[in-house]
Design a binder for this molecule. Structure first.
Ligand code: NAD
Length: 419
């Protein structure tokens, strides 16, 4: 008789929590996280990533979802899905510590016939080269591909994106053998109304994910380079893009600060593997460098319009619109540069309450106080309040609209700048 599926999701962050909640509509699920604080909050229905609403989180826990900080509670699970972070080190090398840590945890409770599926983004080969040997150091001497099985299913969810949600997107899966492919197709079909695509192998599935994000990084880098050229030409890159996008096959990328946990990080996983294979990853790394240079380019562009020791209001510091995620946010590179130039920079972000002591209130007490307003991350909150944004400026101030979202070009009372 087929064993009943009991799923463990390890790492309850942006990816793991929505996954655990969704899977719990069809299976018994235990969510595990190394952070006691995160688990305690989630048990109370509080998700600080804002991906899952309180009622849904509490309702799932009344049904098939339980949450724990104790790995022993996962002992009777037979499918382990790993969603821990895969960051980079200071030297921009893959940092496998969370992945190694979680594999050690699973190895303590691994049983004959179990399946371990990785969703964390890695380079091609990592699941079998790095994770499998750690999992094999288990008390029962279980071997991967013989006694327990590996799978990989890259995560495509895009935080803050309410259209391409986990229940609609096409999911790629790969397994060590046909039985695991079938098992994963079955499990992930319950999760999404989109198709489930079975990749040729685990390595292929790993490669597919890391190239998706690297491709995005490179495309943005090209547009960032175009933005620099346009700036020298004294034309707006957004005006150029409006014109170019009328062509049927023009790709709609926008310039900007590339931060966050994925696009600015994953290319380093791919380039690391590439270097191991003795292939110089010129395109990947030069795209990365171009995007990494963008904060200073933007900061310099603003600085040249300002008098010494200007008062600046910096709007939006998270890594992108409408998420509370500050990881690898490049806004801070812009802020630090401007502070080094002795400007006084105050910050505001509706998603972040305790940025630092320089945080200001978004109300009339600050009207006409600033020499410059920088709209860095155009959260919906700012777009809805766009009439207020320039009220913070002193007469003849500078408004810098990084993403070109607000049409203030014709206004005479202040200088409007963009890319
Ligand atoms: N965030 C995204 O938009 C996104 C999209 C696609 C893919 N990914 C990939 O998914 C993975 C997870 O990303 P995320 O954004 O959800 O990360 P996250 O930082 O939001 O969450 C990871 C969670 O894992 C926990 N954790 C760390 N080490 C652990 C361990 N040893 N055992 C158990 N829990 C542990 C952390 O406490 C944290 O709660 C990464 O590989 C990332 O590249 C992320």
């Amino acid at each position: 008789m087929e064993k009943k599926k009991k799923i463990a999701v390890l790492g309850l962050g942006y990816v793991g929590l929505p996954l655990a909640v969704s899977l719990s509509s069809s299976f018994k699920v235990i969510g595990f996280d190394i952070s006691l604080n995160r688990v305690s909050q989630l048990i109370k229905g509080i998700d600080t990533t804002l991906e899952v609403k309180k009622e849904k989180l509490l309702k799932s826990q009344r049904k098939n979802l339980s949450l724990t900080h104790n790995y022993k509670d996962l002992s009777d699970c037979n499918i382990f899905i790993v969603t821990v972070p895969t960051p980079i080190t200071k030297n921009k090398k893959p940092d496998f510590r969370p992945l190694i840590g979680v594999c050690k945890t699973i190895s303590k409770i691994l049983k004959e016939g179990d399946t371990v599926v990785f969703e964390s983004t890695v380079y091609p080969g990592a699941t079998e080269e790095i994770c499998a040997p750690i999992l094999e150091k288990n008390k029962l001497s279980l071997k991967s591909g013989k006694n327990f099985f590996l799978g990989y299913s890259p995560e495509r969810v895009n935080p803050g994106d309410k259209v391409h949600t986990i229940d609609k997107i096409e999911k790629v899966v790969a397994g060590q053998n046909k039985k695991i492919e079938k098992l994963l197709t079955e499990v992930y079909s319950k999760l999404t109304k989109g198709k489930v695509f079975v990749a040729e192998s685990i390595k292929v599935a790993e490669a597919s994910k890391v190239i998706e994000n690297s491709q995005r990084d490179i495309n943005i880098a090209f547009i960032n380079e175009v933005a620099k050229i346009c700036s020298r030409l004294n034309i707006s890159v957004y005006d150029v893009l409006d014109a170019s996008s009328t062509k049927w096959n023009f790709l709609p990328f926008q310039p900007g600060l590339v931060g966050g946990h994925c696009i600015g990080v994953d290319p380093y996983y791919l380039s690391h593997k590439s270097l191991e294979l003795k292939i110089d990853p010129k395109v990947i790394l030069s795209g990365r460098q171009t995007n990494d240079d963008m904060p200073i380019f933007i900061a310099k562009k603003v600085d040249q319009f300002l008098k010494k020791k200007s008062k600046i209001l910096f709007l939006g510091v998270t890594f992108k619109e409408d998420v509370p995620d500050l990881r690898n946010s490049k806004s801070f590179d812009v802020i630090n540069f401007l502070r080094k130039k002795k400007h006084q920079v105050k910050l505001h972000d509706p998603f972040v309450s305790d940025i630092d002591s320089e945080t200001i209130k978004f109300n009339s007490s600050n009207f006409k106080v600033f020499d410059c307003v920088i709209l860095s991350v155009p959260h919906k909150f700012y777009l809805k309040n766009s009439d207020k944004l320039t009220k913070f400026l002193k007469p003849e101030g500078v408004f810098f609209d990084l993403k070109g979202k607000i049409n203030f070009k014709q206004k005479k009372e202040f200088t409007y700048l963009s890319l």
